[in-house]
Design a protein around this ligand. Structure first.
Ligand code: FES
Ligand code: FE
Length: 370
């Protein structure tokens, strides 16, 4: 590693609506996008709507128990079918405009005077289906006609960081229960959030609680990018909690060698997973505008921890503080992205050089779009 500096992306990449539109089209609408926790939709008729790129996507539990995803658009005259963020319908989705009605599997099942319209094929005019895959207890959706390989893009990110996909098994993420969910409405471009997650140069400055628990983070060479080996808890630390006090029992299937360690995985483009011995912290980003990103963070615990009503607040508090510290920093940068001082971007110090790889990846995906 040399002592040289390399440049960041120019400021306009964080403010320009045309670049954001290109990112929506070529990144969020083409890649696998982690949308919804399956357990949030336990029963047939439960649904949730999420923003994926420029589209509203409706994810619903159908009668046979499977999850389906559709574009949230009525095929008649294009009314938005569900305006609520989440809810339950009894048997079907009915458009509030002219009452076209769609089964939970998307098929058009009724419309006023449909019998007098023999040309309306009920499958053809069913809801437009979106690819969906379930993994780690989440529904991942892809708007592309032909989705990229889930194995390469999603599993690959885990293998790159943990050495193998099996290394995740001990955490049993799909079987854990959401003990707490906090949604952060961050007034910053999604890339500022990714870049921040990728470096720990800031850890000593803004994360006093985290660096207490994970002392190696104070050196700046850790966080998402470097902790494939697992960051070791400090010697006096009992658990991944706000004051380093006792956490819960280690997750049942977790190997001993992963006890007292913290691992982090980034799955491009919008997921960050942090693994600690007794819980998993799972972030999903929803980029809404060049300067606004919704981040939904789930704290996942063993079923019995949540069912028995044990107090998760001390472990939630640690990463909640980290999130607030990080998102404050991102919000501090966002307005300055439009400054002439940042027209040609800033610099990456050696411990941040790997962020340059993320920048090239973004530029490559956008192709000639900018
Ligand atoms: Fe939905 Fe007419 S727009 S029924
Ligand atoms: Fe941070």
């Amino acid at each position: 590693m040399t002592g040289s500096l390399i440049s960041t992306l120019p400021g306009r990449y964080y403010t320009d609506p045309a670049i954001f539109a290109a990112e929506q089209e070529r990144i969020f609408e083409e890649m696998w996008f982690c949308a919804v926790r399956g357990a949030d939709l336990p029963n047939p008729g439960d649904f949730r709507t999420v923003q994926v790129g420029r589209e509203s996507v409706l994810v619903a539990r159908s009668r046979d128990g499977s999850l389906n995803a559709f574009l949230n658009v009525c095929r008649h005259r294009g009314a938005r079918l569900c305006v609520e963020e989440a809810g339950t319908v009894k048997r079907a989705f009915q458009c509030p405009y002219h009452a076209w009605t769609y089964a939970l599997d998307g098929k058009l099942i009724a419309a006023p005077n449909l019998t007098s319209m023999p040309d309306v094929d009920r499958v053809e005019y069913g809801l437009s289906r979106v690819h969906l895959r379930e993994w780690l207890g989440y529904a991942w959706v892809c708007l592309a006609d032909t989705p990229p390989s889930f194995e390469t893009d999603v599993f690959g990110a885990v293998v790159e960081r943990l050495g193998s996909l099996d290394a995740l098994d001990g955490y049993d993420v799909g079987e854990l229960t959401v003990g707490r969910r906090i949604a952060y409405d961050v007034k910053a471009n999604w890339k500022l959030i990714v870049e921040n997650f990728m470096e720990c140069y800031h850890c000593a400055t803004i994360h006093p609680e985290l660096t207490e628990v994970l002392p190696e983070f104070a050196d700046g060479y850790a966080a998402q990018y470097y902790v494939g080996h697992g960051a070791e808890f400090g010697s006096g630390i009992k658990g991944f909690t706000v004051d380093g006090g006792e956490g819960f029992e280690k997750l049942a299937a977790l190997e001993d060698e992963r006890d007292r360690k913290y691992y982090a995985i980034t799955v491009r483009p919008q997921v960050f997973v942090n693994l600690v011995p007794d819980h998993v912290i799972f972030h999903r980003m929803f980029p809404l505008a060049p300067d606004r990103t919704l981040v939904e963070c789930d704290w996942l615990y063993a079923k019995d921890v949540v069912a028995s009503g044990r107090d998760v607040s001390r472990s939630v508090e640690l990463f909640h503080r980290v999130n607030e510290q990080d998102f404050d920093a991102c919000e501090r940068c966002q307005p300055a992205m439009a400054s002439r001082a940042y027209a040609r971007g800033g610099v990456l110090v050696p411990s941040e050089h790997h962020i340059g790889g993320f920048h090239s990846w973004v530029v490559d995906r956008l192709g000639s779009a900018d």
